[in-house]
Design a protein around this ligand. Sequence first.
Ligand code: NDP
Length: 316
Amino acid sequence: MTVALISGITGQDGSYLAELLLAGGYEVHGLTREADEAVTPGVVAHRADLAVEGDVAAVLSELRPDEFYNLAALSSVYQSWEDPVATARINGLAVAELLAALRDLGQRGHEVRFVQASSAEMFGAPRETPQNERTGIRPTSPYGASKAYAHGLVGAYRAAGVFASSAILYNHESPRRSSAFVTRKITEAAARISAGLQDRLELGNTAARRDWGWAPDYVDALHRAATAEHPDDFIIATGVSHSVEDFVRVAFERAGVDDWRSRLDVADSLLRTGDAADQVGDAAHAREVLGWEPTTGFEELVRRMVDADLALVARA
Ligand code: NDP
């Protein structure tokens, strides 16, 4: 049985990846910060905090997995401005520690196939559209900078013989997205406004454009990267961007709120420092080498999120 270890198992991607791997017959282990956190049924949980030196390396050397997916992160750009030091530690330094542990295991004869969840935020405000694996890295947030550092480490360890891939993920969403993120904030508001539980929705930059995909497609890409012949960098994106306002329109229409423009407030206080204007990725390399393609388009993913939030509101 192939043994996979997933950090960030309690997050959006960790839960989808665990389901994918369990369905594929894997033995799946996950890292949780606290001992008693709930994980996907069938996953073996190990307590390890990426902010604590030695925690992950201890699990790695005992478990000796075949594949390791590093999804744990302080994953919000906003939060990274609030706590840049923790962001650097969890998203950056921890990756140095675990790559060193993997190199050590490799030198002792056990190869682990490693995939890092990198982010399009490391391109910051990109000077070219769409971005590819050779686009200049100029982060505009502590989050982007921490992911850029980890991405650089992955390349360095790959050159030193470690099987290490960097999946440069563009935004991907699902009903499991936390409402700290704008997409889920929108779909929750659409459902609540349609049920008469909320009046208005306040957002920051509604002109910001993102390349939004469907989260289960993106964990499929991570798995393809882990099982590819060679490790590499892979952009994972749909290649199509939409504005936050487009997201609001599709979500509210789905929820049956026709006067959506009059429900929307744009608040300067919610504008994000260093918010990239337009991110859109070219996933040609992943398509060619991994055979990966997104299955779900923008409108469909928004509708699925709204439907899930309408069902939650109806049950409440
Ligand atoms: P989530 O925010 O849903 O999950 C983050 C996970 O990291 C949680 O399980 C969290 O655990 C864990 N974590 C945070 N800090 C620590 C720590 N100190 N030690 C151990 N675990 C920790 O993120 P997603 O699932 O959406 O994203 C997965 C990865 O992909 C992340 O690395 C993210 O940066 C990256 N990414 C995601 C994108 C997206 O659109 N979703 C886009 C680009 C990159 P806990 O439950 O304890 O908080």
